[in-house]
Design a protein around this ligand. Structure first.
Ligand code: MN
Length: 350
């Protein structure tokens, strides 16, 4: 049976909304926070640290599915409350991993986005529950999963009627000996060819050390990832899980600065697209007026109306703090094109 909904041929890119954050639309949102929630103080410090430095969402582990049964397993329900509170305090939406299907409902009642960890990518019961929870879902790629298996796992969520799914590439099984998995940077463009879902990169778990997080994050931005999920801890050397790859405040600041110029360029791209969209809207309205004028036998050009319009433009430009003559020059071009379009419709031009 074919995948029905995760493929991209029939669908435009999906925008996943969590509070005011829009994955697949905003310029490179960053989810940040500690690997594990250890105490209200630790989480509060991490939350303020990431919020002040421009993170879009707060993460933190309440339930840990560590590879060793003897490692820190998280504080469970108590940590969920801490996360919800810390998120409210700094004004960021929250996400945390769920590892058992029976916990989905409890988690969904307190946080804003469910995360499925890499060890659970093919926990199909958990996927079904998460798909039904009515919340957006982050789906991490399993360390040994092919892209195909990853998309099939996403299909489980979408099959429950939940299209608010964000994929996360976090590193795959490797023969490398750097102390972590190998970040599959090539998977980002590959997955984007095949699916309409946004894709984030986790540069922390494959880094094998904090100093390598930033280069991987920049690579993610370079290959077109839709954002990051990164681990930040107020004191990484004292962390109860995943110590060294977690960034401290200073390193996180440096990372956000490094990403910033590109992020601003993306914001400019968005504004430019918006300008073109508004130009198209204006063109449609002008043509509609042109049709009315044509049926009444009125000429295309209405000099007094144009003068009035340019006065409005000058006034608005002054209000917005930009050079009014520059704004008028832009509008002269727009009005030229508007008249041409109306004449083309009347058959006066070819
Ligand atoms: Mn971790």
């Amino acid at each position: 049976m074919d995948r029905k909904v995760v493929r991209s041929e029939t669908t435009t890119s999906t925008v996943v909304t969590v509070g005011s954050v829009r994955f697949g639309w905003d310029p490179f949102p960053v989810i940040a926070g500690p690997c594990a929630i250890e105490s209200p103080e630790q989480l509060g410090a991490a939350a303020r640290m990431v919020a002040e430095r421009g993170a879009s969402m707060l993460r933190g582990g309440a339930y840990k599915a560590g590879s060793s049964p003897y490692g820190f397993r998280g504080l469970g329900p108590a940590a969920l409350e801490m996360l919800a509170l810390a998120g409210r305090e700094v004004g960021l939406p929250t996400t945390t991993q769920v590892i058992e299907p029976g916990e989905v409902e409890r988690v969904a009642g307190q946080i804003d986005m469910i995360e499925i960890g890499s060890a659970n990518m093919q926990n199909f019961e958990l996927l079904r529950e998460a798909g039904r929870a009515g919340l957006p879902v982050l789906l991490r790629r399993g360390p040994s999963a092919t892209i195909d298996e990853w998309l099939w796992a996403a299909e489980y969520l979408l099959a429950e009627g939940n299209d608010q799914v964000v994929l996360v590439e976090r590193g795959i099984r490797t023969f490398g000996d750097r102390g972590g998995d190998t970040l599959d940077i090539g998977a980002i463009p590959a997955v984007k060819e095949q699916s309409h879902l946004p894709v984030l990169v986790d540069p922390s778990h494959a880094s094998g050390g904090g100093v390598r997080v930033s280069p991987l994050a920049l690579a993610a931005q370079g290959v077109g990832a839709d954002g990051l999920i990164v681990e930040v801890h107020p004191q990484p050397e004292r962390a109860l899980s995943d110590g060294p790859p977690q960034l401290d405040g200073e390193a996180f600041s440096a990372l956000m600065d490094a990403l910033g110029v590109n992020k601003m360029r993306k914001e400019v791209d968005l504004v430019d697209r918006e300008i073109v969209r508004l130009m198209a809207d204006r063109q449609r309205l002008a043509l509609a007026i042109g049709r009315v004028k044509a049926t009444r036998g009125m000429p295309v050009r209405a000099p007094s109306r144009e003068a009035e319009l340019l006065d409005i433009i000058r006034e608005e430009a002054v209000l917005q703090g930009i050079d009014p003559e520059h704004a008028v020059a832009v509008f002269d071009l727009i009005l030229d094109e508007s008249r041409e379009a109306q004449r083309r419709e009347r058959g006066e031009l070819r």
